[in-house]
Design a protein around this ligand. Structure first.
Ligand SMILES: [Zn+2]
Length: 121
């Protein structure tokens, strides 16, 4: 069964398997290493590699979001440069920790859908 991108996106927010949706394809919260295969449907998740795509898109998005926010904050209130460095480092690392696993799951799900697996290839 081929799933729509919206279904894949909802499954990815829970870091679920692209085939059956059972969470999680990661052994624990702070890793990007996926499990070998899904314990529910036996899909070989390691065969669907996302490469560097999630990290590239997240860092690109963060650059477009964080830079204007930092400039706006510097314009609105005057805080020292070291405070900017601490604040934006904390924000960037926090967003990476929260967003990178679901984004990698989404890339794996798109790989599963468009490059085989969903079509029985
Ligand atoms: Zn599964």
């Amino acid at each position: 069964m081929i799933k729509k991108e919206s279904v894949l996106l909802k499954q990815s927010l829970k870091c679920g398997c692209p085939k059956c949706g059972v969470p999680s394809i990661f052994p624990h919260k702070f890793t990007l290493e996926t499990i070998e295969k899904c314990p529910s449907c036996d899909l070989k998740i390691k065969d669907h590699d996302s490469g560097d795509g999630p990290a590239f898109f997240l860092l690109s998005a963060l650059c477009f979001i964080i830079t204007p926010l930092a400039l706006w904050l510097a314009y609105v209130i005057e805080i020292p440069l070291w405070a900017h460095a601490c604040l934006w480092t904390f924000v960037c690392v926090g967003l990476c920790l929260v967003v990178l696993q679901p984004l990698k799951t989404y890339f794996i799900a798109l790989n599963y859908k468009h490059r085989g697996g969903a079509h029985g290839v």
